[in-house]
Every structure is written in C-alpha cells, then in structure tokens.
Design a protein around this ligand. Structure first.
Ligand SMILES: Nc1ncnc2c1ncn2[C@@H]1O[C@H](COP(=O)(O)OP(=O)(O)OP(=O)(O)O)[C@@H](O)[C@H]1O
Ligand SMILES: [Mg+2]
Length: 271
C-alpha cells in the first residue's frame, strides 16, 4: 500500500477551520485538528480560548457556523450528541458523568441497556441484567479500576473511581475516540495518577483521546501531541517529545509566535 494512503487511514478525526459565533462574540474563528489512531492529543489554551466550544462541536453538542469534519475519512456533520456517539465519539464530561443514585453497572449502560437474550423477555423489554453485570465487571477488572461491587450506588465512590468508571463506559461501548474535559481537575494526586494511567490504557487499545487540561506537567506525562489554542484559533501542534511545559505555556500566552498568522501577531513588535 502507498505510504500516504496508510497515513490517511490512521487519521480518525479531522476538523478543518471550524467557526462558531455567539452573537457578537467569536468563540472559534479557525479551529482545526488532526487526530491519529491511538494517540492522546492534549488541547490547551487560556481561559476563553475556545477549547470547550471546540470540544462541544466535536461531540455534537454545539453546531458549527462553518468548517468541515471527517471521521475515518468520511465527511460528517453532527446536529446532536447522538450523531457523534453513532460515529464512535464518546465524551466524558467533568460533572455530569454519572448518575449518583445508580450502581456502577447501571451507569455504564445508562440509556443503552442490553435487552434480554431470551426472545420472549426481549419483546417485553426485559433487560439482560446478568449479561451487563458480567461485562461491566470484566472491563473494569481488565482496566484495573478498583470498584468493590458493580451493583452498589456510585454515590459513595471517590472522584477518581467515578472518572475511571466514566472512561470505562467509553471503552465498553467500543468507542474509537474519547473526549475528556479536564478529567483530573477535581482530583487528588493519587486519583489523578489512576485516571492518567487509564488514559494510557485506552491508547494502548488503539483508542484516540482528546484531553483538555490546564496542568502542563500532567499533559506532557500522558499526551503524545498537543494542540494550542489562542483566541478561537488553533495556532500550533507539537509532539510532546519535542517540547517542554514552559514552551507550551509560551505558545499559549503568545510569548512564542504562532505557526499560523494571527490578528494579534501583526501588531506584535518582533525583537
Ligand atoms: N453559550 C455561549 N454564549 C456566549 N458566549 C459563549 C458561549 N460559550 C462560549 N462563549 C464565549 O466563547 C469564548 C470561548 O469560550 P470557551 O468556553 O470555549 O473557552 P475555553 O477555552 O473552554 O475556556 P476555559 O479554559 O475558561 O474553560 C469565550 O469568550 C466565551 O465567553
Ligand atoms: Mg472550557
């Protein structure tokens, strides 16, 4: 097979020049990203740079005004979150990830319960409780998520366990792309480490991850590449191996020039 074709097949998500306005506010003016199979892509930028808006467009929660997207080479246009789910994109939100009063297994299968394998029971909409429990237990064990029982309510779980469970849910559903919005923002050191390790395991299974984080040390630990946003634009993408946390901060603040021309750069005095 020709090299460029092989490379193209490894691009799971391509977003080009996405734009989005809210009235007079330009949230995104040119957001682009190329996500490869099995890579962790960090997405960074100052407050208000457009990261969340970009994620919401990639997960179908917000519709873009302009720009194009492809999933595995196929043009897509998401009108709602279920469109992105169907395309294999799972988003783990920071707060709304789990339902407190439900058990781990209920959370994993929330909204997509497996019906009983018995034809008669299936016709009556009886769910396959045993099957769901077994599968949840297998995946959680496989991932090394320490949850004592998949049957008890998640209310008593730690932040780290909850975040891991939400990530596991993405994996159980065979997602090829997982979007994580600041998954460790509310977690302690040990729990953060567990979540980062889990992200590494997603990657090992060929899942591609987009990770928004303000923690540069964590980011360089877990990400393969990093995309930097400034004022609604993606201005640079770097291999993490080639860059220090300090240089990423320089790109974020503008101390280091963007790869693409930006309106603010035209007024910057180059010294
Ligand atoms: N629903 C909305 N209505 C109006 N303006 C919005 C809306 N959502 C985002 N914006 C504006 O768009 C810009 C980008 O916001 P966004 O939330 O995407 O930034 P962010 O990079 O996620 O910032 P943070 O790091 O603070 O989370 C901001 O100026 C914000 O005020
Ligand atoms: Mg945000």
């Amino acid at each position: 097979m020709h090299d460029s074709t092989a490379a193209a097949q490894d691009i799971v998500l391509q977003a080009r020049n996405i734009e989005r306005r809210y009235g007079a506010v330009v949230a995104l003016s040119a957001a682009s990203m190329e996500l490869r199979r099995g890579e962790v892509m960090g997405l960074v930028g100052d407050n208000g740079a457009g990261k969340s808006t970009f994620l919401k467009i990639l997960s179908g929660a917000v519709t873009p005004d302009a720009g194009s997207m492809e999933v595995s080479g196929r043009p897509v246009s998401f009108r709602r979150p279920s469109d992105a789910l169907e395309a294999g994109i799972e988003t783990v939100y920071q707060d709304l990830a789990l339902v407190d009063t439900m058990s781990a297994v209920q959370n994993v299968y929330l909204g997509r319960e497996e019906l009983s394998s018995n034809r008669l029971l299936r016709a009556l909409n009886v769910v396959n409780d045993k099957g769901m429990r077994t599968r949840s237990r297998e995946v959680l064990k496989d991932l090394g998520v320490g949850i004592q029982s998949v049957n008890v309510s998640v209310r008593g779980m730690s932040g780290g366990q909850r975040q891991c469970l939400a990530i596991a849910r993405a994996l159980i559903w065979g997602r090829q792309i997982v979007i994580l919005d600041e998954p460790t923002a509310a977690l302690g050191v040990r729990e953060s480490a567990q979540v980062l390790e889990l992200i590494g395991r997603l990657r090992d299974r060929g899942v591609s991850v987009i990770l928004v984080s303000h923690n540069m040390q964590q980011l360089v630990q877990v990400a393969d590449r990093v995309t930097v946003m400034r004022l609604g634009r993606t201005i640079a993408t770097r291999d993490v191996a080639d860059i220090t946390p300090e240089k990423i901060v320089g790109l974020i603040t503008g101390a280091i020039p963007a790869d693409v021309p930006t309106p603010e750069d035209t007024s910057t005095v180059v010294v």
